[in-house]
Every structure is written in C-alpha cells, then in structure tokens.
Design a protein around this ligand. Structure first.
Ligand code: PAF
Length: 274
C-alpha cells in the first residue's frame, strides 16, 4: 500500500494505473461501517484509493473538530489489511489555500434537517468531496446511506457539475443491538449506549407501522417521538422522499425516515430507506 501525503505523491501513485478506480473518502477513526465500503469498493474495482482527512470546513464553530477521534496508525493497518492500493492522508495546507473558490449547498435541500441544524456544514462537505473526487479520479465513489442527506447532495453535485463518477450508496452497518456505527459512538458513556438504541428502535417502530398499512407521516412521527423519549434532545424526525422533498404520506420504495438526537455528548443520526 502506498501512503500519499501530498497531491504530487497521490498523482505519482496513480500514474500508469489502468482500469477502474474505486474511492472511499473518510475522516478516519475507521470502523466496520467504513470497512464495508472499502470491501465493496475492493470487489468492484481494479484499483482502490481511501482518503483520511478530517475536513475543517465542514465543522461549525464550537463543534468537535479538535477532539474528533484520530487514529491514523490503526486506520493505516486496517487499510493495508483490506487491500487498499493508495491511502491518501493529506494535511490541511495540501488541500486548501487562502481565499478559496467555494461551492455551496443548494439553497433548499442543503439547508433543511442537517443543513438547518448545522448551517454551512454541507458547503464545506461538498467543497472537500469535490476536491477529493477530482484528485482520486474515481470511477466509483462509495458513501454510506447513514449520511443520507450528504449522499443526496453529493449525488446532486455530481449531476449538476457533470462530473464523471458513479456515486455508489452503501448500506448502513449496525452493531448487534441495532446502533448505527459512527466514529462519534466512542463518545457514548455508561447508560448512554443503552439510551442511544432509541434511535434505531424508533425507526423499527416506524417500519412496522408502514408494514401494517399506516402511511400518514404525522401519525408515524408522533409514535417515533414517543420511542425517542430516552434521548436527551430530539433535533428532528423527518419523513421525506429520496430527493429530500417533504411527504404527507409514505411512498413505498421512495421514502427515507430520518432522526437526529443528542444522547450524552454525541449528536447521533440514523435513518431507514423504505
Ligand atoms: O462522511 C464523511 O466522513 C465526510 O463527510 C466525508 C464524505 C469524508 C467528507 O469529509
């Protein structure tokens, strides 16, 4: 595995590679969820690039940029064992210059739900994903469905900017009790681990209601709020179509049910595609 820390090193490592490039962008602190993206990308491409970069522009003032878990040594081992060809670990100076040209999230879909609670987050996320997709020259880029709104906005960016890359959505990975894996789960202490399960439980409850024929969005959301009583603060429960337009009734095959809530220190998100 080649470790590239500069743009030149990455370009050099990519030179003369023929065939498809799979790309998995990450912020590190790799867990089984990342590994499942890496494994899928490994199977489906001739070459595999993973990036680890804790992107400062997608963190808001007061968020956990400084304390975000960083585990470069362990992450490098995981990538090596998973058969990654190139691990790109740039520093901030390699990625940004002063007075950058910025791209912005769309005015509506980029500023609801996560975008409303974290205004500006998606601008920074799209900015770095654009850079990383261009740098990697990816044929196929892999993103988890757990960050469903992120995935929808990246798909839109690729469409709006006519970028030549396939965005591949990948399934959410959960622990044995149903908690969606996230690098921020390490912040959960004591009974918070138990209480955090209310997010996935609320989604299971919603799914059951839909399977029993209940399609009314308000009725389902009310029931979800009941299940979410174990969270310290629920930020939103939303039921939208796959393009993130609001729905009054669940449309089977075109719906995402999302939840964001604080449990102890971390703010957790989860969703289910129906
Ligand atoms: O999902 C993430 O880990 C990040 O938002 C991403 C896509 C790597 C961009 O920094």
């Amino acid at each position: 595995m080649i470790i590239a820390r500069t743009i030149d090193e990455l370009q050099e490592a990519k030179r003369e590679r023929k065939g498809s490039i799979g790309f998995v962008p990450t912020m590190g602190a790799l867990h089984q969820g990342h590994l499942s993206l890496i494994q899928q990308a490994r199977k489906e491409n001739e070459h595999l690039i993973v990036s680890i970069f804790v992107n400062p522009t997608q963190f808001l003032e007061g968020e956990d940029l400084d304390s975000y878990p960083r585990k470069n040594e362990a992450d490098t081992k995981i990538c090596e064992l998973a058969g990654v060809d190139i691990l790109f670990m740039p520093n901030i100076d390699a990625m940004y210059e002063a007075d950058e040209l910025c791209i912005g999230a769309p005015a509506i879909r980029g500023y609801i739900l996560e975008g409303e609670k974290r205004p500006g987050h998606f601008d920074g996320m799209l900015q770095v994903v654009m850079k990383l997709l261009n740098l990697s020259g990816a044929t196929n880029a892999y993103f988890g469905k757990k960050d469903a709104q992120q995935l929808a906005l990246i798909t839109q960016m690729v469409r709006n900017y006519f970028m030549d890359v396939n965005i591949i959505p990948c399934e959410i990975v959960r622990d044995e009790r149903g908690l969606a894996l996230s690098s921020r789960n390490v912040y959960l202490q004591g009974d918070e681990k138990e209480r955090a399960l209310c997010l996935s439980r609320s989604l299971k409850r919603a799914t059951k209601m839909v399977m029993a024929g209940e399609l009314n969005v308000e009725t389902i959301k009310r029931e979800m709020f009941n299940v979410l009583k174990d969270a310290d603060k629920v930020e939103y429960v939303a039921i939208v179509d796959r393009a993130f337009n609001a729905l009054e009734e669940v449309e089977i095959g075109n719906t995402i049910i999302l939840v964001a809530a604080w449990v102890g220190k971390p703010r957790l998100i989860d969703n289910i595609w129906i």
